[in-house]
Write a protein that binds this ligand. Structure first.
Ligand SMILES: *[C@@H]1O[C@H](CO)[C@@H](O)[C@H](O)[C@H]1NC(C)=O
Ligand SMILES: *[C@@H]1O[C@H](CO)[C@@H](O)[C@H](O)[C@H]1NC(C)=O
Length: 526
């Protein structure tokens, strides 16, 4: 079965974009080095908000960088001189009972390297230390014509960076029995009905990275603005200020959505996106110095096979599949493949069309930004947001048998004079318990963490920085009446919003989010 998939995978890949690529190679990453809530670009040194499927250098981790990746002793990709890290959100099937089951990923990942997207420009390798992000995890709509008009007709707003960025995302319905769809033709996730009916071989998620570089910065605050798309997404002219052309990079991953045919539920990306508009990906170079440029200059064979490029030291598929990174202790036991109670990390499903705000309830508008009057263009204003969470106390603090949640509010204001500050009291949470028979002693651990929402110059949020949970206090309570935890939500500042829910607190915990409107958002899972 696997083999059939794999072969078909190659065939489909070969036929998918006859017109755009003249010279390229297809870097196979047959191994997935891990699947975890990690994102060393967006959340360095921390557990990240949502789950990624990760490929590449074995030294990947929450603090991975160019230097550490280079020292990897393995890679899950085919070229041994490449220890780069490649990652995208995982795809989940959301069961009706709330369980998030990761869709089986087929054949690992392919990273396409296009080395002659412009006959006039020299194509440059990624400089050492280079990293970037493509796509926007918060996007939930597409306001351009559907389907894309012919590229020859693109002009005006159609070639704005905003439009190009959205057109760099593709969802290719796979049915190897029929004509292949074009690469980057559809920019949203087909619904379950459509997938069941047409996409018998699953769905291929495609992501083209920007290839026009400012020639100076290895990264930028939003991890995007040091690069730009050429006028036709995969090819065309680079905008001014971004004239230095980098090798084109595109990711393809295949997810076997058909495995869920006729099951009730829907698909969603790990970042809480069932629409697909918020698909995105990260790249951190880990190419040994000089090798990539040599390949760009000499591997001009139009067939795309890495075997035809003498520069590369190749390794077998088995070797690729043996390379995995060390999972940080904090998430070692998190079962991201089959997660009870919603998406891992408590990612709320947000259907849009409004711009999503990560880690906030689906009913929350990004109106928190409207309080910001003006933002100096060179600072990163941080909007104060905070929340209290409960984490798995067993993971973080040893052996507490029962976990509890509390809401607490802290000030998170840090950098900008124009950021709005929120309420700052640190309430003492008041746990409540319900009745049962056995006496029980509980250790209640109150944790808090800071979430900063970064907004751009228009006041539009583009990313969140999620702090590490830290214990605020612990309390031992013995009760003779209860063993069932109903709710630990502090109520005195929070308007009633949702009914009490009863939930088992074993193996996961709940997160409560609070922002300065004083509203409460509940999360399941952690
Ligand atoms: C699913 O998508 C198809 C094609 O886009 C559309 O015709 C159909 O109405 C959608 N079905 C549901 C249930 O949304
Ligand atoms: C569509 O998304 C954009 C962000 O790209 C947002 O500004 C806009 O409000 C959204 N449109 C709707 C109708 O919500």
């Amino acid at each position: 079965m696997q083999d059939i998939y794999r072969m078909a995978f190659f065939l489909a890949a070969l036929t998918s974009f006859p017109s755009v690529a003249d010279a390229f190679w297809r870097l196979p990453c047959r191994g997935r080095s891990g699947v975890a809530r990690l994102d060393p670009i967006v959340d360095p040194g921390e557990i990240s908000s949502h789950v990624h499927a990760i490929h590449g250098g074995g030294n990947f981790g929450m603090s991975a960088n160019f230097e550490s990746l280079l020292e990897s002793d393995c890679t899950s990709c085919g070229v041994m001189q490449d220890k780069s890290a490649y990652w995208t959100p995982a795809l989940y099937f959301m069961h009706n009972d709330g369980t998030a089951e990761m869709v089986p990923q087929v054949g690992g990942m392919l990273a396409y390297y296009f080395n002659d997207k412009s006959p006039n420009d020299k194509v440059h390798a990624f400089p050492d230390g280079f990293r970037m992000l493509a796509g926007d995890p918060f996007q939930r709509n597409f306001t351009w014509p559907v389907p894309d008009p012919p590229k020859s007709e693109w002009s005006g707003a159609q070639v704005s960076q905003e439009a190009l960025r959205q057109k760099a995302v593709g969802f290719n319905c796979l049915n190897y029995g029929t004509t292949a769809e074009g690469t980057l033709d559809r920019h949203f996730m087909p619904n379950k009905t459509y997938l069941d009916e047409h996409c018998t071989d699953g769905i291929r998620l495609e992501l083209m990275f920007p290839q026009c570089w400012d020639g100076k910065n290895l990264d930028s605050d939003d991890h995007k603005s040091h690069v730009a798309y050429p006028s036709l997404v995969m090819e065309g002219d680079c905008p001014s200020g971004y004239e230095k052309r980098l090798v084109g990079l595109m990711y393809e991953t295949i997810w076997n959505t058909y495995a869920f045919k006729d099951e009730d539920g829907y698909f969603a990306l790990a970042n809480g996106d069932p629409t697909g508009y918020g698909y995105h990906g990260d790249f951190m170079t880990g190419w040994e110095s000089g090798v990539l440029q040599e390949a760009i200059d000499s591997c001009t064979n139009p067939d795309g096979n890495v075997q035809d490029c003498a520069v590369f030291d190749l390794q077998t598929q088995t070797k690729q599949q043996q390379c995995t990174f060390d999972m940080p202790t904090a998430i070692k036991t998190e079962d991201v493949l089959d997660f009870v109670g919603g998406l891992p990390g408590g990612m709320e499903i947000q259907w849009g069309p409004a711009y999503a705000l990560m880690s906030m309830g689906s009913d929350s508008e990004p109106t928190t930004t409207s309080a910001i009057p003006s933002i100096p263009s060179l600072t990163i204003p941080s909007l104060s947001l905070s929340l209290g969470i409960s984490a798995d106390a067993g993971n973080l603090l040893g052996n507490a048998a029962v976990m509890a949640t509390a809401e607490s509010v802290t000030t998170a204001s840090s950098s900008s004079s124009s950021s709005t500050s929120t309420s700052t009291s640190t309430p003492t949470p008041t746990p409540t318990t319900s009745v049962s028979i056995d006496p029980i002693t509980e250790e209640i651990v109150y944790l808090q963490r800071k979430i900063e929402v970064l907004v751009d110059t228009q006041g539009v949020p583009y990313t969140t920085i999620t702090g590490t949970p830290s214990p605020v206090s612990t309390a031992m309570t013995t009760t003779t009446e209860t063993s069932t935890v109903t709710s630990y939500v502090k109520r005195d500042t929070v308007p009633e919003e949702q009914p009490e829910e009863q939930e088992e607190f074993v193996g996961h915990a709940r997160r409560h989010l609070h922002h300065h409107h004083g509203r409460l958002h509940r999360k399941h899972g952690f």
